[in-house]
Write a protein that binds this ligand. Structure first.
Ligand code: GLA
Length: 391
């Protein structure tokens, strides 16, 4: 049976697709704004994914249909240049560009892309898009790269082609995600380990709370935080710390007079968040979700007060969660300034919690949030489609 996207592909290009690749969006349990500071993160892949259906061409032309936008674009591989244009097609071009920059000569393709990861919602739809394409292209052209390299090239596309200086967390989890597991990653060494996330066994669910707030400033504020955190690290280094992972809050307190209050708070977030990730891993090992939840609340406070990446719409989740029986923990997720948060909630209390959140947001005149329970899905996959398909 052909699915509807394969039919669309055949209609658009007059041929059959040969490969279907996909990659997930993500939540991050904890470890926010630590990846680009060479720290620890603990994300998990979600069931929402982006898909890339493609067939090779004989020339060096690429034609892509983005079904979610009902838009098509075409470009030639010989004229790829980063541009200022913020458009989905730049992410597609960026992946071709990053692979060619790494020395792989690609051919053209015809492709259809679509997905159900909500855009600009803090669930990393861009990494899902990038990784689905890199997974598809490497499989289509028989390029054998280690999975770490796939994640890094996808990040390079976003950093150097699209111009968003993100860390590695989103691309890494999109490649390495595993069903019902969270992934602990040391963003400096890229050492990682999967830990089972026994939610249903413990009658718990993870709620994603999408504020529906999309902040245009997110990109520039994000880059500003990167820069501030790196200035704070220079001062820590001048006082003997090797890096953020090696720094302690004790040292930070000692050298407080040597830094501005702003840099002090940025450093305090990064150092304390790294410690919270490590404590969260300990909690996960014993299914101690009460302890994990408490760390989530602390993470939100730190992101709100010290790193200053929250917003009133996200704070509603935290404040409501703190006082709601059955909510073990809640925090903003991803870059912040809007987008989504997550909460760990007793399943029997999920519906009531959603109702309460909507009422609280409504009382404050905020947009109605979209709340959905998520499940933890697989990382990137690519399958070759059989040539002859039955109807
Ligand atoms: C965005 C970036 C990630 C990470 C988070 C904040 O999602 O893409 O690399 O920095 O923000 O933790």
């Amino acid at each position: 049976m052909e699915n509807s996207h394969e039919k669309l592909f055949a209609k658009l290009y007059g041929t059959k697709p040969t490969i279907l690749a996909s990659a997930p969006g993500r939540i991050n349990l904890i470890g926010e704004h630590t990846d680009y500071n060479n720290g620890y993160v603990l994300p998990a892949a979600i069931q929402l994914r982006n898909y890339f259906l493609a067939a090779p061409r004989k020339d060096r032309q690429v034609r892509v249909r983005a079904e979610n936008f009902k838009e098509s674009e075409a470009f030639k591989l010989d004229s790829l240049k980063p541009s200022e244009r913020k458009h989905w097609a730049e992410y597609v071009k960026g992946i071709f560009w990053a692979l060619e920059q790494d020395g792989h000569r690609l051919g053209g393709v015809d492709a259809v892309i679509w997905g159900d990861v909500p855009l600009e919602s803090g669930l990393s739809s861009s990494a899902a898009l990038e990784v689905s394409i890199i997974k598809g292209l490497t499989s289509l052209f028989g390029i054998d790269l280690p999975p770490q390299k796939l994640a890094k090239l996808a990040q390079k596309a976003e950093n150097d082609f699209v111009g968003m200086k993100c860390g590695l967390m989103d691309q890494f989890i999109a490649v390495f995600g595993r069903q019902n597991s969270a992934l602990f990653l040391d963003c400096e060494t890229l050492a990682y380990e999967h830990f089972p996330l026994n939610l249903s066994k413990n009658n718990l669910g993870i709620l994603v709370y999408d504020t529906k707030v999309r902040r245009k400033l997110a990109g520039s504020e994000y880059n500003a935080r990167r820069e501030e955190a790196s200035r704070a690290l220079e001062i820590l280094k001048a006082h003997g710390a090797a890096d953020y992972k090696g720094a302690t809050l004790v040292l930070l307190e000692e050298i407080k007079p040597a830094m501005s209050d702003l840099l002090y708070r940025r450093a305090k977030h990064v150092i304390s968040e790294n410690a919270r990730v490590q404590l969260s891993v300990k909690a996960l090992k014993t299914d101690n979700f009460a302890a994990l939840g408490a760390l989530l609340f602390q993470s939100h406070q730190s992101l709100r007060d010290d790193y200053e990446v929250s917003c009133p719409e996200l704070d509603v989740l935290y404040e409501t969660g703190r006082h709601f029986l059955g909510c073990l923990g809640a925090r903003l997720v991803g870059a912040g300034f809007g987008g989504s948060g997550i909460a760990i909630v007793e399943r029997s209390r999920l519906a009531a919690f959603v109702e309460k959140l909507k009422a609280e947001a409504g009382d404050r005149g905020f947009p109605e949030p979209e709340c959905r329970e998520i499940s933890v899905g697989e990382g990137a996959l690519a399958v070759r489609l059989p040539e002859k398909r039955g109807r």
